[in-house]
Design a protein around this ligand. Structure first.
Ligand code: NOJ
Length: 525
């Protein structure tokens, strides 16, 4: 008997950054009511699940990734009952709900840390990572924290001195985000209890923030000098992390075997990312983010290599996860330099073998907002990609209050959901057609991957075939601004989706692709 594939394999997950999605309360910060109001957009677009960046109570030093209570909702976003209503409305609409979960660190105002720092003899002292000063009186080692601050240039030490108790505490991110000590079983049980809390409320899984960082070598050795200027969170990959991820997975699956366990892994090699799928005897993540493609240049050879690595390193051990945008990185259009390339990137993202994650606003072809220096708020320099989503053409764009960040470019000249919905050929229309094509095709959603044989070595076109149970699709992406030719496999083909608005459905062989064009082809008659 064959079992049906897990739901998240064929899903497209839509990432909502709640602060920037839609404000209903009038304070200029997006909220749960705003998300509820626009669930119909997700259904119309054709995604399967939504992932909410953190909405927990937080002093917002890192805009929600600094949590003071893992089992509540910040009043800025709404209440627990708003969350219950959102989960139930999403389920009624056929959407799964994935919550962000931040296991590596809490806020420094979390009651656990307030107790931990209160004295060396606090029962919670060992819930965080405290060390004596180095022999010279400085931080215990040379690790650097992420984020240089709004106007900073250099990464600060990953340690902050606590005058009252005469020790330093570790924080791989801001000093307001002390790292939990996951080697302490009390931390393990307190944190896994928070997962059960949300599973009992009906969520369908978690995206686990920097999960590769939660275990530390108890000796806390210095990084070699050539690595030490880079924040430690980009290197840390302690073997003790794997049993912890496995334990976290079990906590989730024991409560709901269908819930998905997604991990953010930010490490130098794809092989390291792959290792977080675990082993058959001790599985870990269901999906591990691989950010190497996100950081890859817009170049066919570079992309070929990235896809090869996903196929050779990840596919043998697990189902790949693909993300080309999120709240931490410039948007596709800004990174790749044009909307035409961002459209081709939409085809790449939604036709890979694996589960795609689509960052809200990419479907509008948004570019990053230009944020004036006096309006910069993020210590990690990520304000541009967090600009608010424009819903309507009129000033205010469907937000109740003046948004916390400036609007993205062109918000007042047609780049809003309402206008783009009624514009055939818009980027929003393209995403919708791609998502429909993917949903209707077992080959695109769950099928195997193989390159089409390519004649020339310096080919600017990447072309591949997806196949499942007799269903097949060919995808071709022209990475060049100039036209390019592609020899198609035998048989006849028809265009299912093209990024070019005026592409006819009939396909001559060889196929002439326009500059920056990407197509999905289905077998023709
Ligand atoms: C990764 C998150 O995506 C990012 O936004 C956050 O600042 C860090 N982890 C720290 O939690």
């Amino acid at each position: 008997m064959t079992t049906a594939p897990a739901w998240w394999r064929s899903a497209v997950v839509y990432q909502i950054y709640p602060r920037s999605f839609c404000d209903r309360s009038g304070d200029g910060v997006g909220d749960l009511a705003g998300i509820l109001e626009h669930l119909d957009h997700l259904v119309w677009l054709g995604v399967d699940a939504l992932w909410l960046s953190p909405v927990y109570p937080s002093p917002m030093a890192d805009f929600g990734y600094d949590i003071t209570d893992y089992c509540d909702v910040d009043p800025l976003f709404g209440s627990l009952s708003d969350m219950d209503a959102l989960i139930s409305a999403a389920h009624d609409a056929g959407l799964s709900v994935v919550l962000d979960w931040v296991p590596n660190h809490t806020s420094d105002r979390h009651p656990w840390f307030v107790s931990s720092r209160s004295s060396r003899s606090s029962p919670r002292r060992d819930w965080y990572i405290w060390r004596d000063p180095s022999p010279s009186g400085g931080p215990p080692n040379n690790w650097r924290a992420a984020f240089a601050g709004v106007s900073g240039t250099e990464f600060p030490p990953a340690w902050t001195y606590d005058q009252a108790s005469g020790q330093w505490y570790l924080h791989l991110f801001l000093s307001e985000q002390p790292d939990l000590n996951w080697s302490n079983p009390a931390v393990q049980s307190a944190m896994t209890a928070t997962l059960r809390f949300w599973l009992e409320r009906g969520v369908d899984g978690f995206r686990m923030d920097v999960i590769h960082a939660i275990a530390k070598d108890p000796d806390l050795p210095d990084l070699p000098p050539e690595r030490s200027p880079i924040p430690m969170c980009a290197w840390i990959d302690d073997p003790a992390c794997h049993p912890l991820v496995s334990l976290i997975r079990s906590a989730v699956k024991d409560a709901n075997p269908d819930a998905v366990v997604i991990g953010e892994i930010v490490l130098p090699s794809v092989a390291q990312v792959a290792s977080y799928y675990g082993r058959p005897a001790e599985p870990e993540l269901d999906l591990a983010f691989n950010f190497h493609p996100l950081h890859a240049r817009w170049d066919a050879a570079v992309w070929r290599r990235q896809i090869d690595l996903a196929v050779s390193e990840i596919a043998p051990v697990g189902w790949p996860a693909w993300a080309l945008g999120n709240h931490d990185n410039p948007r596709q259009r800004t990174r790749y330099g044009s909307e035409a390339r961002a459209r081709a990137a939409a085809v790449l993202l939604l036709t890979q073998m694996g589960t795609p994650f689509l960052y809200a606003g990419e479907e509008l072809g948004l570019a990053d907002a230009a944020v004036a220096p006096e309006r910069l708020v993020d210590p990690g320099g990520r304000d541009g990609c967090r600009a608010p989503i424009p819903w309507t053409p009129a000033a205010g764009h469907g937000w109740a209050g003046e948004p916390w960040l400036p609007w993205p470019p062109q918000a007042s000249s047609g780049r809003d959901v309402e206008s783009m919905r009624s514009t055939p050929g818009s980027t929003l229309d393209l995403y919708r057609r791609l998502l429909a094509a993917r949903r209707a095709s077992p080959a695109l959603s769950l099928g195997s991957f193989a390159w089409l044989p390519s004649g020339r070595a310096a080919e600017p076109v990447l072309a591949y075939r997806r196949e499942r149970d007799g269903d097949e699709r060919v995808v071709a992406v022209n990475f060049s601004e100039s036209p390019a030719t592609l020899d198609l496999p035998g048989g006849s083909w028809a265009v299912e989706v093209s990024t070019h608005p005026r592409r006819a459905s009939a396909v001559p062989n060889p196929l002439e692709l326009r500059g920056d064009e990407a197509v999905v082809l289905r077998p023709g008659r």
